[in-house]
Write a protein that binds this ligand. Structure first.
Ligand SMILES: Cc1ncc(COP(=O)(O)O)c(/C=C/C(=O)C(=O)O)c1O
Length: 349
């Protein structure tokens, strides 16, 4: 049976006999074929549903590695800035490892499910009156002054843990896909996937995908080649205006002959709905940037028909119930406690 990432991929990870084999059974997430969209769009499309991880996002992969190494090094506390999923994962793995966990999130801009997780796992939660980029600046500085381990994706152990998803995709498909489509916020994840695909290719000749990353238009620092001081997007997870791994994301796109593109909130929300309603897959808005971006690239021919594509769905749709209820097209209907009234509605009365 599956024993988590540190156990499964120890030969590819900085795991030694002093590293605690921390786990919440992260990893081994489903790779689901999208039959209807593949048919409609003329490509072979799969989604890597990272929302199936223990805290509902891909962050668990990086956090299990970063927290295990923090504990190995005798750290007593971890800290991160977060748009929500990093703080949820840090809080969970910090609790699991018995470490103090401090998280700094942008006041009023965190999805409800993520805040619920951070508080429930017992993190010390600070809502900064600023955005993620402001929060990251502060926690990077504080972690240097205090003996507290920074677990944002500037911590290389996060990238090590997150690269394992590329291994799983190659193991299931038997080779790398032609295209890997992925949302981009702070750009740690696209960096990690590219590292993973290269390592696996070196070891097993699995081939290399083109890396296609997508920012939200209101936070598209890389695409616009400028820091976005006031990033805005409904996809709050990627509401990041100064990606910490900016140059590594560009490197991944250039080396793989891929590209970093951007999608509008409207395109994200459209993908958010048709993915759930046509394929039964519910992912949070930021995740759907990978679907929205792929749609545009197939339409433009940037991704040729017949390509084998994996879209990374980075977070579970349940993380952000408010956006689902607020933006869904077909709203719920209220009915009295009467069968007649219900039948009337069912018949489209
Ligand atoms: C659902 C979801 N999808 C995509 C991203 C972008 O990944 P990166 O490009 O590696 O940043 C995030 C990132 C979230 C945080 O940065 C945080 O939680 O602080 C996310 O939660």
């Amino acid at each position: 049976s599956w024993k988590g990432l540190l156990h499964t991929y120890k030969e590819y990870l900085p795991v030694n006999d002093k590293t605690p084999l921390l786990t919440l059974n992260e990893g081994n997430t489903p790779l689901i074929p999208l039959e209807r969209l593949s048919e409609e769009w003329g490509a072979e499309i799969y989604v890597k549903t990272e929302g199936a991880n223990p805290t509902g996002s891909f962050k668990d992969r990086g956090m299990v590695m970063a927290v295990a190494k923090a504990k190995e090094e005798g750290s007593k506390a971890i800290i991160c800035a977060s748009t929500g999923n990093t703080s949820a994962a840090a809080a969970a793995y910090g609790a699991r490892a018995g470490l103090r966990c401090i998280v700094v999130i942008p006041e009023g801009k965190i999805a409800l499910g993520k805040l619920a997780q951070a508080v429930m796992y017992g993190a010390e939660v600070f809502e900064i009156q600023g955005n993620f980029d402001n929060a990251l600046d502060i926690v990077r500085s504080v972690s240097k002054k205090e003996n507290i381990t920074l677990v944002n994706s500037v911590n290389p152990y996060r990238i090590e843990g997150q690269k394992t998803s590329a291994f799983e995709i190659c193991d299931v498909l038997g080779e790398a896909p032609d295209v890997l489509s992925i949302p981009v916020g702070n750009a740690g994840n696209i960096t990690a996937y590219w590292k993973g695909f290269k390592e696996y290719n070196d070891k097993k000749s699995t081939g290399l995908p083109q890396m296609h990353g997508f920012e939200a238009e209101g936070a598209a620092a890389i695409v616009k080649d400028k820091v976005i001081e006031e990033p805005e997007t409904v996809a709050t997870a990627i509401r990041i205006g100064n990606p910490a791994s900016w140059s590594k994301a560009v490197e991944a796109a250039d080396e793989s002959n891929g590209q970093i593109g951007m999608v509008t909130d409207e395109e994200i929300l459209e993908a958010y709905q048709f993915l759930a309603q046509k394929e039964g897959v519910f992912a949070e808005p930021a995740s759907c940037a990978s679907i929205a971006g792929l749609k545009k690239q197939i339409e433009s021919g940037a991704v040729p028909k017949g390509s084998k594509v994996v879209c990374v769905l980075t977070g579970n749709g349940l993380k952000d119930p408010s956006t689902a209820i607020d933006t869904v097209t077909v709203k719920p209907t209220v009915i009295p406690n009467e069968e007649e009234a219900f039948l009337e509605q069912l018949k489209g009365g």
